[in-house]
Design a protein around this ligand. Structure first.
Ligand SMILES: Nc1ncnc2c1ncn2[C@@H]1O[C@H](COP(=O)(O)OP(=O)(O)OP(=O)(O)O)[C@@H](O)[C@H]1O
Length: 493
């Protein structure tokens, strides 16, 4: 499956407390889980029968009176915890015959509290007792292999050589192996950008680069980072609907790639609309379609009091984006930083000023994609004609698009799409956003796996029935958004 790390994220969101990951590659699975935990700000622990329970993967063993190398004692300890942490059990499989242990797992899996621990069982092979099967999600994590990481470094070295009159990148095997090891746990896209960063300054990858790499990897994962490289851009084939938007971009691709003599090139768009309808996915897909790196600017982090002066942070981030041209700069939830009810009016006015000045004066080929849920909060200056090329409204998907979204998400989980009754599913998901449809597919997949059944229409219908879509809960807000958009925006679909 290609979406598996993403799926693990969704499974965690759906509050499944017991996740089974079958893999021979424990180290790489741990690194991927660690990466996800850091991104989500979750504490995580590992357990194995030799070292017992350890905090943060490689930290020291917990100081407990009891012997936490005993899996039952460790599980009993976890059962008492009231924080949403991840507990990764490596090789619990030899113990899965014990009825007490099974009971403990079941109690943790059924814990209804919001702030409760999640168990991830990692083994090369693991069969759950029947009473646990329905409670568990099964995920297979495939991450970039060492060979893939090494080949990315070779690629980037070749690119550099091409740009530097055939000069070769200086390095040695030992350092390369260390770099590959340090890159484990990041996605392919992130690995590419990190490799590029190492080479670009001096045309060499040396021991001195290792701390640089670690710092860069850390800042990539660092939640406070204002600007981050986004993982692999999406493909437009992964986005259901949004036909108008896709056409619009297609028409401008050439102009962006070969700027006109007068310096005019497409500047950017605002995607506004209903939550979970694929705005972020579409932003990623712009980078995919145009084959450009994607940078994400986090307005929330700009205001973080720990990282200093807000406007300077924004100026630095914009300068960095300029230096990375050509690229796509994605500002997610732009209303959070510029909205009329944002925390500090003075700062948000100055931030708006800085952004508008950059938009008006820049000559770099940075295509801005701003996404917003609550567009009504946005300052009128930003959306005034001419600032951005276009304002698109992304509505809930209609039946035809919902079929497409099912097709995309069933297909990406290697299910045979023809076996499903798409019109029936589209009808049953009226009012669902794309994200909710995807969530239903994921929960159907793991429900079926737990029952050792093939995924059928019925599993999907059950999952849909169990969800009450946001469009019902927020019907009035969505209508207000539509009314707002009617005279101001172009429909994205
Ligand atoms: N039109 C769509 N086609 C395919 N998948 C979709 C679509 N809309 C949503 N999804 C799925 O739902 C996930 C979440 O959607 P996404 O984050 O892009 O929505 P959003 O509009 O940006 O929502 P939010 O405003 O909550 O951030 C996507 O990663 C994708 O997997």
């Amino acid at each position: 499956m290609k979406n598996d790390i993403h799926d693990l994220g969704l499974v965690l969101d759906s509050r499944v407390r017991l996740v089974v990951i079958q893999s021979w590659e424990e180290l790489r699975v741990l690194e991927a889980i660690g990466t996800l935990a850091v991104k989500r700000g979750l504490t995580w622990y590992t357990w194995n029968q030799v070292e017992g329970l350890r905090r943060l993967g490689f930290g020291s063993a917990l100081e407990e009176a009891d012997d936490l190398t005993d899996p039952e004692v460790a599980l009993e300890h976890i059962r008492q915890q009231r924080e949403p942490a991840l507990y990764v059990f490596c090789d619990l499989h030899p113990f899965l015959q014990s009825s007490r242990l099974i009971r403990l797992l079941k109690m943790i899996a059924m814990d209804p509290a919001d702030a409760a621990p999640t168990l991830l069982l990692v083994s090369h092979e693991l069969t759950l007792a029947p009473e646990l099967r329905r409670l568990a999600a099964h995920i297979s994590l495939s991450m970039p292999s060492d060979e893939q990481l090494a080949s990315i470094i070779r690629d980037e070295a070749a690119r550099w050589t091409e740009r530097n009159q055939g000069r070769r990148v200086r390095t040695d095997n030992r350092t390369l192996q260390q770099v590959v090891r340090n890159l484990r746990g990041v996605t392919l896209g992130e690995a590419r950008l990190l490799a590029r960063k190492l080479i670009v300054d001096d045309g060499a990858i040396t021991q001195e680069d290792l701390p640089v790499l670690n710092r860069a990897k850390f800042s990539l994962l660092d939640m406070q980072g204002v600007l981050s490289f986004e993982q692999d851009a999406a493909r437009f084939a992964d986005v259901g609907g949004l036909a108008q938007f896709k056409r619009w971009l297609g028409d401008r691709q050439a102009a962006f790639q070969q700027p006109q003599a007068n310096g005019d090139s497409p500047k950017g768009v605002l995607l506004a609309g209903v939550q979970g309808s694929g705005k972020s996915l579409a932003a990623r897909a712009v980078a995919g379609l145009w084959g450009l790196p994607l940078l994400r600017l986090d307005f929330g982090a700009l205001y973080n009091k720990y990282i200093g002066e807000t406007e300077k942070n924004l100026r630095d981030a914009l300068a960095m984006a300029d230096a990375m041209e050509p690229c796509v700069l994605w500002i997610d939830e732009i209303e959070k930083g510029l909205g009329e009810d944002s925390a500090d009016q003075g700062v948000s006015r100055r931030i708006l000023g800085t952004l508008l000045t950059w938009m008006a004066e820049r000559r770099s080929r940075v295509f801005l994609v701003a996404t917003a849920n609550n567009v009504m909060q946005l300052p009128p200056e930003l959306i005034r004609k001419g600032r951005l090329d276009e304002l698109f409204f992304v509505d809930l998907p209609d039946a035809r698009v919902r079929e497409d979204i099912f097709r995309i998400h069933l297909g990406s989980r290697e299910l045979v799409v023809e076996r499903f009754d798409l019109p029936l599913l589209a009808e049953a998901s009226a009012g669902f956003a794309g994200a909710e449809i995807e969530q239903a597919v994921v929960s159907a997949v793991y429900c079926a796996a737990a029952r050792q059944e093939e995924v059928e229409n019925a599993h999907l219908l059950d999952a849909l029935n169990e969800t009450s879509p946001l469009s019902v809960v927020m019907a009035e807000r969505i209508q207000a958004l539509r009314d707002w958009a009617r005279d101001r925006a172009v429909m994205a679909d």
